[in-house]
Design a binder for this molecule. Structure first.
Ligand SMILES: *[C@@H]1O[C@H](CO)[C@@H](O)[C@H](O)[C@H]1NC(C)=O
Ligand SMILES: *[C@@H]1O[C@H](CO)[C@@H](O)[C@H](O)[C@H]1NC(C)=O
Ligand SMILES: *[C@@H]1O[C@H](CO)[C@@H](O)[C@H](O)[C@H]1NC(C)=O
Length: 252
């Protein structure tokens, strides 16, 4: 009992996670993407929020608001109907995972919302287990490049996505660049996003086929077969189209 109390006392302050914010990185990210509407999501207490806001208002020609992750009104805070928006989210915060999961119900992981998530280490994959990061989403995760360089503020930046969360897609992450105080935000995005993300291994699409007459053999053979093509041309056409796409994109 004594040990437990001691542990709680020792590690108590750690439970109140201050998060992992870097306002310089947030600013350079917003600026680089030419974003006018921006949100920084944090779990800092009032004083921390004021400091973040103070650091961010150095930038005059963009709107940046600072909001608390806890009980965030996602629709009111992140969804900017027709405008591009930038969101910096401190995923080191307690409550960040819950926010990510809650975000599934809104179209916030899309082509016009640019996310930069800050984490204290490269061990962040578990946060995205239940999150629908569509194949068209734009999400970067930044974390300190290695332990020795925290003072130098060097970060590794990964590109993360999931091709089809609801269809058994897998969470993917790949190093995309870095950030440091000397060279700034260095992420090259020369390749087409959809080309880079074209491997849909693991994704399962389901479809229904109605066959007008009883068939011999397997459905697969029937759909690939040219016999009596006039009886069922459309299903066979679709089946072949899907087959070609499947061979190219590796889904099932
Ligand atoms: C705000 O700016 C100061 C001075 O540049 C810096 O030391 C501090 O870490 C910044 N705060 C945050 C939360 O990034
Ligand atoms: C950390 O960075 C330094 C300097 O770039 C490098 O020499 C070292 O190998 C790195 N350590 C790890 C664990 O990556
Ligand atoms: C597609 O991804 C799977 C799983 O990540 C991998 O095993 C396979 O080699 C990849 N295929 C291509 C063509 O890159």
């Amino acid at each position: 009992m004594f040990h437990i109390i001691l542990l709680l006392t020792l590690f108590g302050p750690c439970v109140v996670v201050k998060g992992f914010m870097n306002t310089e990185l947030a600013l350079i990210f917003f600026r680089g993407k030419h974003l006018k509407h921006n949100v920084v999501l944090t779990c800092s207490e009032k004083k921390g929020q004021v400091e973040i806001l103070k650091n961010l208002t150095k930038e005059k020609d963009m709107v940046i608001s600072v909001k608390l992750i806890k009980n965030l009104d996602i629709h009111g805070s992140i969804v900017f109907d027709y405008n591009k928006a930038g969101v910096v989210l401190d995923v080191d915060c307690v409550g960040a995972e819950e926010l990510l999961i809650r975000s599934r119900r809104y179209r916030v992981f899309d082509t016009k919302t640019f996310w930069l998530m800050l984490h204290s280490s490269n061990n962040y994959g578990h946060l995205f287990r239940y999150v629908n990061l569509n194949v068209d989403s734009d999400i970067k995760v930044a974390y300190p490049a290695n332990d020795s360089e925290i003072s130098n503020k060097k970060y590794t930046i990964d590109d993360v996505y999931n091709q089809a969360y609801e269809k058994d897609g897998e969470f993917k992450s790949k190093e995309a660049g870095f950030y440091d105080t000397q060279y700034g935000y260095q992420v090259l995005e020369k390749e087409n996003k959809y080309f880079v993300r074209r491997n849909l291994t693991g994704v399962k699409f389901r479809s229904a086929v109605v066959v007008p007459d009883p068939i011999d053999g397997s459905l697969d053979d029937y759909l690939r077969n040219d016999r009596d093509l006039e009886l069922n041309p459309l299903n066979r056409f679709h089946a072949r189209l899907m087959q070609y796409c499947r061979d190219y994109l590796n889904y099932r």
